[in-house]
Design a protein around this ligand. Structure first.
Ligand SMILES: [Zn+2]
Ligand SMILES: [Zn+2]
Ligand SMILES: [Zn+2]
Ligand SMILES: [Zn+2]
Length: 738
């Protein structure tokens, strides 16, 4: 509501730029011939100082409403939108295109100007001019178009005196007619009465309609009144402000006047004719000063600047010419009393202040519009903010739930960290323990290796001892030979097994073949110790005899023998006793066990390459080639060449052989040789050691030949089978079937 009030207010101000024209005449009209008509009746607005104090209402007339008694109801005859003629004071003619724009319904002040109730606001001169006409001036300054200007001017000499059409309604009825006291007159009167009654009825009907309209008008009037009250309140505030300003100016003026009036001083006033015939405008103080100086210096002309224009002033012709537009107008110089000058200046200042005030109001309105726009913006922003707040709220909820998850994760993370720390601690302890254990392990390993090595040595010593021993005495020398199985944990069993397995060697696939087969893979099933007291006696006797023969001299050791060499018993000399392998058919092995070896039959089935003797090997795999199996016995086969049973159980005799002085032979000495060759000293060798090819011999593996039965003692029998995966030359031969 306040906003609208301001806007309407500004609208009026803009539409009414010369509102003051009606109440404030141009200054110093005295010198310009007869004043315009309204000045004859209006109170004087400028009073020259003639020595008496200034009129007390000099300023009041500018701002204080006049007495209400002067108001007229003339405006009531006019209505808004009606066309009227307007009297132009400056041009002295009626302008015929005036339109009543507004009729004031109350007493108000606009920018300090009093607008009385009933004042009429007219727009004229093609809408370019407008002014408020106070009620007392309506008769003089406005007229309805129907009036005749010529008759009017002629009759009264005043434009307003004879306004043709009556402005006020209901001119009184002329009641000067004589009465006719007769029946006709009565009848006429009765007729008139009837008509009057009919009129009355019609009037009362229309009156009801008017009452309704009046009610409506009153209600709308109340709203308008409210609006006007608001505006009035605002205008009063402005008036108070202006009144304070004017009060200050009046005090200043009074002081100036009182000083000036004492001395009757005058001051030069320079003016230019802005518009013909009498719209004089005073120069600004700086320009006035320059002009006055030029005049006293008697300069013919000078140039001044004002409002962005430059003017050429000719002081002899008293004209000014705009340098840019070449427009020329008249100027004048007057001497006015000092206090009048002050009044003029103050009036000018007041006008300036009013203009400033208007600009401020315009600014205020613009600011209000801006504020309104800003409020709209703010409302939009608030809606935005609400939407944002909603989304922020949902985001916060999300953040809360995420925070919960994060807390859980953090808690589990910390638990894990604790576990990790513990685990690290444990790991460190374990590492230390590991290092300790490693050290312990290393030292134990070293110890163990030492122990193992010692154990191995002990074991070898034990093996050597047990294998070197002949069966203990006393023996029943008359008893027959027999055999007994060795337990698998018997040291003899262990020692023999080790010897047996480690003696397996590579062999050619066939005689003369370049293909060498893998060593035989065999499993020992049992080992028997053979005890034959008679044979043992013979063997020991032979050994004693042989030892005594050679003057207690030890036999020459033979290099490169891998077979087990028996320990030399204390008190004995080394007789080169070895445990060697002899392979033969199973039935022949039985016979050897019962009777011992028969050197006369030696090489019977194998070909006696080194003569007629008993042949031994240091590789069990070589002896294996001359064996038959249990399956051969079942079918009556005693020839090792005919055995086709790779998986049959075989046996090899482990024989204690007294090699003594052994002749190393590089090649065959002849089949028919029946004794060992002779030495250089004429004594016979005890045996032959047939050398291998690497030693200059003809064999792949060594062979040993003895020619006397008593140099041999069958001591053990080893039963074994070739594994099913064995690919030795023997297995390949037996599987081939040829
Ligand atoms: Zn953490
Ligand atoms: Zn047999
Ligand atoms: Zn067989
Ligand atoms: Zn085999």
């Amino acid at each position: 509501m306040k906003m609208r009030g301001n806007r309407e207010h500004v609208y009026k101000v803009n539409q009414n730029p010369s509102a003051h024209e009606a109440i404030e005449p141009p200054p110093n009209t005295r010198e310009e011939g007869p004043p315009p008509p309204e000045l004859r009746q209006a109170p004087p607005k400028v009073i020259e100082c003639d020595g008496s104090p200034p009129a007390p209402d000099l300023f009041e007339s500018l701002v204080i409403p006049g007495p209400t008694a002067k108001r007229s109801d003339a405006a009531a005859a006019l209505s808004e939108g009606e066309k009227v003629h307007v009297w132009s004071k400056s041009r002295g003619i009626w302008i015929e295109d005036g339109v009543v724009q507004e009729i004031s319904k109350v007493d108000v002040q606009i920018l300090g100007e009093p607008i009385y109730k009933g004042s009429v606001f007219v727009v004229f001169n093609e809408g370019s001019n407008s002014k408020w006409v106070r009620p007392t001036d309506i008769q003089r300054l406005l007229r309805r178009p129907g009036a005749s200007p010529t008759a009017q001017a002629a009759a009264t000499g005043s434009p307003a005196a004879g306004a043709g059409t009556p402005m006020a309604p209901g001119t009184g009825k002329d009641g000067t007619e004589e009465q006719a006291p007769n029946a006709d007159a009565v009848a006429e009167l009765q007729e008139e009465l009837r008509q009057a009654r009919g009129d009355l009825l019609a009037l009362s009907k229309s009156n009801k309609g008017l009452l309704t309209q009046l009610k409506r008008a009153r209600s709308s009037n109340t709203a308008l009144q409210q609006k006007l009250d608001d505006q009035t309140q605002m205008l009063q505030k402005e008036q108070e402000f202006n009144a304070a300003l004017v009060d200050g100016l009046r005090q200043q003026g009074t002081r100036t006047c009182s000083k000036a009036s004492d001395r009757h001083e005058t001051v030069a006033c320079w003016e230019y004719l802005e518009q013909e015939p009498d719209a004089w405008r005073r120069y600004l103080p700086d320009a006035e000063k320059a002009l006055e100086e030029a005049r006293s210096d008697k300069l013919p002309e000078l140039t001044i600047s004002s409002s962005g224009f430059r003017y050429r002033i000719n002081l002899s012709a008293m004209t000014q010419t705009n340098v840019e537009t070449r427009r020329t107008c008249t100027i004048r110089r007057r001497e006015i009393l000092l206090h009048a000058d002050a009044v003029l200046k103050m009036t000018t200042e007041t006008q300036t202040l009013r203009g400033e005030n208007q600009r401020l109001i315009v600014d205020l309105c613009r600011k209000s519009d801006e504020i309104l726009a800003l409020e709209l913006d703010i409302r939009g922003l608030q809606e935005n903010i609400e939407a944002k707040t909603d989304s922020i709220r949902s985001l916060k909820a999300k953040i809360r739930s995420l925070s919960g998850e994060i807390d859980e994760l953090h808690a589990s993370h910390e638990r894990t960290e604790e576990c990790l720390v513990e685990a690290k601690h444990t790991a460190r302890k374990l590492e230390v323990r590991h290092t300790e254990l490693q050290f312990e392990h290393d030292s134990m390993k070293t110890n163990m290796e030492k122990l193992q090595s010692a154990l191995k040595q002990e074991r070898q010593k034990l093996y050597t001892t047990v294998l070197s021993q002949l069966p203990p005495k006393p023996l029943n020398e008359a008893a027959r030979g027999f055999c007994r199985s060795l337990d698998i944990d018997d040291p003899k069993h262990l020692a023999l097994l080790e010897q047996f397995q480690s003696s397996m060697a590579n062999h050619r696939l066939k005689l003369g073949s370049d293909h060498w087969c893998e060593p035989a893979k065999v499993s020992v099933t049992r080992i028997e110790e053979l005890i034959h007291p008679a044979n043992q006696q013979l063997y020991e006797a032979m050994r004693r005899m042989r030892a005594s023969e050679d003057s207690c001299r030890a036999c020459t050791p033979t290099a490169g023998i891998t077979a087990f060499k028996c320990e030399v018993q204390p008190g004995w000399v080394d007789m080169n006793e070895y445990l060697l392998y002899h392979g033969t058919s199973r039935c022949n092995a039985e016979q050897i066990m019962a009777r011992g070896f028969d050197a006369q039959r030696g090489g019977e089935s194998t070909g006696a390459m080194f003569g007629r003797g008993v042949y031994f090997a240091q590789n069990a795999s070589k002896s294996d080639l001359y064996t038959t199996c249990d399956l051969c016995e079942g079918i009556g086969n005693h020839d090792f060449r005919q055995c086709r049973h790779a998986q049959g159980e075989r046996c090899i005799l482990v024989t204690r052989v007294l090699l003594g002085e052994s002749k190393t032979a590089k090649n065959s000495g002849g089949k028919d040789q029946i004794r060992a060759p002779q030495r250089d000293d004429g004594i016979s060798y005890d045996s032959i050691t047939a050398l291998e090819k690497g030693e200059g011999g003809v064999l792949d593996h060594k062979e040993f030949v003895v020619f006397k039965d008593r140099q041999t003692l069958a001591s053990f029998r080893i039963f074994y089978r070739h594994d099913s995966s064995c690919s030795c030359n023997g297995c390949q031969h037996r599987r081939s079937g040829t």
